[in-house]
Design a protein around this ligand. Structure first.
Ligand code: ATP
Length: 243
């Protein structure tokens, strides 16, 4: 790999993504350094999903550049980006409902050598014990919280250097929202690098090292979680969002 350890792992400069004539993301510039947990917060329709989908190669940017580990990866395919270590847990999880938990995990490890997959599955079961208990159950029969854990574990099976998650707590009961945020803290303690989209801004800013605020397709603020929580101009984002 070409990157130096001192520089950012992800370096996004002026990224713009359009849906036809609609510009959903305009000139987004952000960085994620190794070992950081970075939040992406903002209201509905702000462009958060568009940003991480573009970074994962699911959408093509109209302008701007993405550097990953020092290399220009702008416009690369999802498969190539995954092989380079950039994984996304998509909104709504997108599991294979007819396949078992174990089979979903194996598919997540498709980019790693076959001989390493069993040890990776063991690692995932240690991190998410429920997946061990339900290894033979079809993913379509899992509860929302279990399915979210499987979606995250499936992405971790690729041994990502940057794990992106899109709304991991969306639609979960409050007790499971706690599980998701506890997990983010545990993954950080393991030294993993995370970029997490969350509408639950208050909770996200509580666990993030830094965060970016998106509004109407533009990054309007950035800073430490504490600084953003104290920023009165962002107060409307936090009202009613406590869980
Ligand atoms: P949410 O939390 O509601 O998913 P978001 O911040 O993730 O919000 P995006 O889903 O990225 O926002 O949407 C940004 C803008 O792009 C919105 O105005 C949305 O209506 C629009 N948009 C999203 N997907 C498409 C699409 N496939 N075609 C046209 N417009 C789209």
């Amino acid at each position: 790999m070409s990157g130096g350890s001192a520089g950012p792992l992800l370096d996004v400069d002026g990224l713009t993504t359009n849906y036809g004539s609609i510009s959903a993301l305009r000139a987004a510039t952000l960085q994620v350094r190794p070992g950081e947990v970075v939040g992406l917060v903002g209201p509905n329709g702000a462009g958060k999903t568009t940003l991480v989908s573009t970074l994962a190669g699911l959408l093509s940017p109209a302008a701007g550049a993405v550097r990953f580990d020092g290399a220009d990866v702008t416009g690369f395919s999802p498969d190539t980006l995954l092989r380079r270590g950039l994984a996304l847990v998509p909104e709504h999880r997108r599991l294979f409902p007819d396949l078992t938990v174990n089979e979903n995990l194996k598919i997540g490890g498709i980019t790693v050598p076959a001989r390493d997959r069993a040890a990776l599955i063991d690692e995932m079961v240690e991190l998410f014990p429920v997946l061990g208990a339900k290894h033979d159950v079809s993913a379509g029969y899992l509860s929302g919280g279990e399915a979210q854990q499987l979606a995250i574990a499936r992405a971790l099976m690729s041994r990502p250097r940057l794990l992106m998650m899109d709304e991991p707590s969306l639609g979960l009961a409050p007790v499971l929202v706690d599980v998701v945020f506890d997990l983010i803290v545990r993954l950080r303690e393991q030294g993993r690098t995370l970029l997490v989209v969350e509408q639950n801004a208050t909770r996200m800013l509580g666990v993030a090292d830094r965060a970016y605020v998106l509004r109407s397709g533009e990054i309007v603020a950035e800073g430490t979680g504490q600084a953003l929580l104290a920023d009165e101009s962002l107060f409307d984002m936090f009202v009613g969002k406590h869980s």
